[in-house]
Ligand binder design. Structure first.
Ligand code: GDP
Ligand code: MG
Length: 782
């Protein structure tokens, strides 16, 4: 049988058997790759791997190696369409306003007065969760972390309902957790037992999105379905029979447009209603009795009866437990505590189902769900032929992911962004802020002088705090501008494309395509780079990516480079600077290979990723994100950096007897530097002043140059050999990231890793500089 990986772009095939095992296979099924699905290969990435597929009306990427697990047959004739044979319910859906209410007024089972209602916002990635969450909560948001993992958690009260709390969960495709973020979402729904789920569904991509809805129904928690992006669907001539869909699903369905703020208040009314009256989904039994002989239906119900008592005891929703048991989810089987006999009975039931249905267990369950979804959609959804947004996306993709244009366009876009960030907007704002800080410093200086404040205190405030915190603070505009562009790229859907065409390259060094983003940001500043690794789906990739960011030369090192090359190599300066960047990248690649072999054995996560339509990001989302980053940065500037500044200032201005000294050579810092001197001698950096500069660079790389200027007055610089200058450059490129970056790493990976990064980067810097120094001595450059 031919394999999916051999199908040529433009051709359509039907999925046959899916080989492989475990989580990846389950993920295929959850993403809609199930026997019988029609798949069109859209294109191969410019480097030939991965491939882009179209199925169930959406685009998905898959590596060729993974596509090799999927048998396909050519689509000969159109398969008979699945007709709307879904049964209509006698009961109306629960909710507001309709005649035969699910419960009559007064005889419901409302929550006790004064309960704070907990809502979970659950949906696929790119379904508009963040947009809706911002609409629902306005500015009353609280950003934190889920316990134990660094996945952003956002909570907030719904506007106009102070007695509510809604949590924005990471995007998930199914209740079979695949990434650490998905585990967070699943455990939240299972363990924290929200009073209601708001399930946001992208109505332009409804088949894939409904797969999660089907599983959420099994959770037996009050739920409202929000059909988002209705503006886009209707503008293209599509539509949804909302009432019919409500009847078929048995939960309230509300069409909304989060971006245009349409239908949101109705959604809130329904959500609050179902939560308050504890209206659970009318029906979870979505397996058809007559579907394909009813094997799956009988199996699910059989297992339900078998485990009913266990599920109740374990506090797991019955229907969910049954599906999971059938799929072979070890965690759930474990939690149920079934005995030998029961396990045996279960296995027999499932085997019988597999035999009758002709599909293996996971595929049979996925197939049952997708079958219901197809029926539901054919009955209730009018699809537009092809939406304008999709046509537009395809056009843009021709350029941005085209075989010959993808990489050049990528370089162009990145170049443009760095030019705008570092050259135009950011730099301009930075200058503005810096002069503001200078002005404030001067003002304070004057005030302190006229108030006749003690010299030590004066020095601390002006030379310590104002200079130190100020220099770091002046970087805020650059960082915010950078984040502005990056969030534009991310929300618009471009980053997913970059990951798509860079995957093959990054795979060679043990990472997956998604790691490209943090590394690119790393050339700007390591702090946001480290923070942005949170979007990576695997913990292994995330750690490895963080450890690689220090090799990407950040902009704060630029002043060091330009200072030394202007002084020593004015003619070939730019060559040396480019060389340094390349050296960093090269060593980063070597380090990646090393990490892959030693620290992070195993494969990078399989690359199964959705390529959403290009969309213009909402201004509100972007503004909010920038505000969050700014707040984050300010908090850091006034905590870690403030303390570090004061410490360094103290060490620079006091001698060992703790008396103020004017002679920097006697300062504690110089003593500490003297301590390191023997180590640094062999690499040509034995001079205590160089050491002091490097130590202050730990605070912020920019201070290397300012320290240097203070410590080498007049022409003393001439005493430095050009070989030492080169050594200084190489060492600066590689040695420990600054305090801010280390603090960020600590937050993501913990203290041990942060300390390890400091030591490791210093060791690498030392070794490489030693090599450079030795080569220099050999060719007589000393
Ligand atoms: P999340 O990944 O689920 O958090 O999705 P986002 O909230 O980031 O939204 C993804 C993209 O869809 C963004 O570019 C939004 O501006 C856009 N978007 C969100 N809601 C709507 C909507 O109702 N209509 C349209 N046309 N676009 C939307
Ligand atoms: Mg989001």
């Amino acid at each position: 049988m031919p394999l999916l990986k051999d199908v040529r772009p433009g051709e359509s095939v039907r999925v046959g058997k899916i080989n492989g095992t475990g989580a990846l296979r389950q993920h295929f099924l959850d993403m809609g790759i199930i026997p019988g699905t029609e798949i069109t290969v859209v294109q191969l990435a410019p480097m030939g791997d991965p491939m882009e597929l179209r199925l169930h009306g959406y685009e998905l990427t898959l590596r060729l190696a993974d596509a090799g697990e999927i048998d396909v047959t050519p689509v000969a004739e159109k398969k008979e369409p699945i007709h709307a044979k879904v049964k209509r319910r006698k009961t109306d859906h629960p909710g507001l306003g309709e005649g035969g209410k699910f419960h009559a007024k007064g005889d419901g089972d409302p929550l006790p007065e004064g309960t704070v209602m907990k809502f979970a916002l659950v949906g696929n990635q790119n379904s508009g969760k963040t947009t809706l969450f911002n609409r629902l909560t306005g500015s009353r948001q609280h950003v934190g972390n889920f316990p134990g993992v660094t996945v952003d958690r956002k909570d907030g009260a719904i506007k106009g309902h102070p007695d509510t709390i809604i949590t924005d969960l990471p995007g998930i495709y199914s209740m079979s957790p695949y990434s650490s973020e998905e585990i967070v979402s699943r455990s939240f729904v299972l363990d924290e037992k929200p009073h209601a789920i708001i399930n946001i569904v992208d109505s332009t991509n409804i088949e894939r999105n409904m797969y999660l809805t089907m599983q959420l129904l099994e959770m037996d928690i009050p739920m409202v379905v929000a059909l988002n992006m209705m503006d886009e669907l209707t503008a293209n001539g599509g539509g949804i029979d909302v009432n019919l869909m409500e009847q078929l699903l048995g939960v309230p369905v509300v069409p909304i447009s989060a971006a245009k703020n349409e239908g949101v208040s109705e959604l809130v009314a329904h959500a609050v209603h179902v939560a308050h009256y504890r209206e659970r989904p009318v029906e979870q039994d979505l397996c058809g009795k007559n579907e394909n002989g009813g094997a799956v239906h009988r199996c699910i119900h059989g297992i339900c009866h078998l485990i009913e008592d266990h599920a109740e005891k374990a506090g797991i929703p019955l229907r969910f437990a049954a599906s999971k048991v059938i799929e072979g989810d070890e965690l759930v089987i474990e939690a149920l505590g079934l005995d030998e006999n029961e396990r045996d009975a279960m296995e027999h039931i499932v085997l019988q189902m597999e035999k009758e249905r002709g599909l293996d267990r996971s595929a049979a369950i996925a197939d049952m769900r997708y079958r219901f979804i197809m029926e539901l959609c054919s009955a209730a959804v009018t699809k537009p032929t092809e939406s304008r947004e999709h046509i537009r996306s395809r056009r843009i993709d021709k350029l941005l992911t085209g075989k010959f244009t993808a990489i050049p366009m990528f370089i162009l876009i990145m170049g443009l962004i760095s030019w705008l960030t570092f050259g135009v907007i950011g730099a301009w704002l930075q200058d503005l802020l810096a002069s503001g800080i200078d002005w404030l410093t001067a003002l304070t200086d004057e005030a302190l002088t006229s108030a006749d404040v003690n010299d030590v205190l004066h020095g601390l405030i002006i030379d310590g705090i104002f200079t130190g915190v100020g220099s770091v603070l002046s970087f805020m505009p650059v960082i915010m501008t950078l984040f502005f562009f990056l969030s534009m790229l991310e929300d618009s859907g471009y980053i997913a494309r970059v990951a798509f065409f860079m995957d093959k390259l990054l795979r060679k060094i043990g990472l997956s395509g998604r790691s490209i983003v943090p590394m690119l940001i790393g050339f700007g500043c390591s702090v946001p780079a480290v923070m942005s690794t949170r979007t990576l789906s695997s913990e292994r990739d995330r750690r490895m990516t963080i450890l690689l960011t220090p090799f990407m030369s950040c902009t704060a090192k630029m002043p060091i480079y330009s200072f030394f090359v202007t002084a020593f190599f004015p003619d070939i300066g730019w060559l040396i600077i480019i060389g340094l960047y390349l050296l960093g990248i090269l060593l980063g690649i070597l380090a990646a290979v090393l990490y892959k072999g030693v620290l992070f054995k195993g494969e990078p996560v399989p690359f199964v990723m959705e390529l959403p339509n290009y969309r213009l990001p909402g201004a509100g989302n972007v503004a909010r994100l920038m505000w969050e980053k700014a707040k984050d940065f300010l908090q850091r500037a006034f905590s870690v950096i403030l303390i570090a500044t004061v410490v360094i200032w103290f060490l620079k201005n006091f001698d060992l007897h703790l008396t103020l000294t004017d002679d920097p050579e006697k300062s504690i810092l110089a003593v500490i530097a003297g301590f390191f001197a023997p180590v640094m001698q062999p690499i040509g950096l034995g001079d205590w002043r160089m050491l002091v500069s490097l130590i202050t660079g730990f605070m912020a790389k920019e201070s290397v140059v300012s320290s240097f200027e203070v410590l080498y007055p007049d022409n003393a610089l001439l005493a430095v050999s050009s070989l030492s200058a080169v050594c200084m450059l190489v060492f600066s490129l590689l040695y420990t990231p600054c305090v801010a970056a280390i603090a960020a790493i600590r937050r993501e990976l913990g203290l041990k890793w942060a300390a390890a990064v400091v030591l490791w980067q210093c060791a690498v810097a030392w070794l490489i500089t030693l090599l450079v120094h030795a080569i220099g001595m050999m060719i007589g450059a000393g």
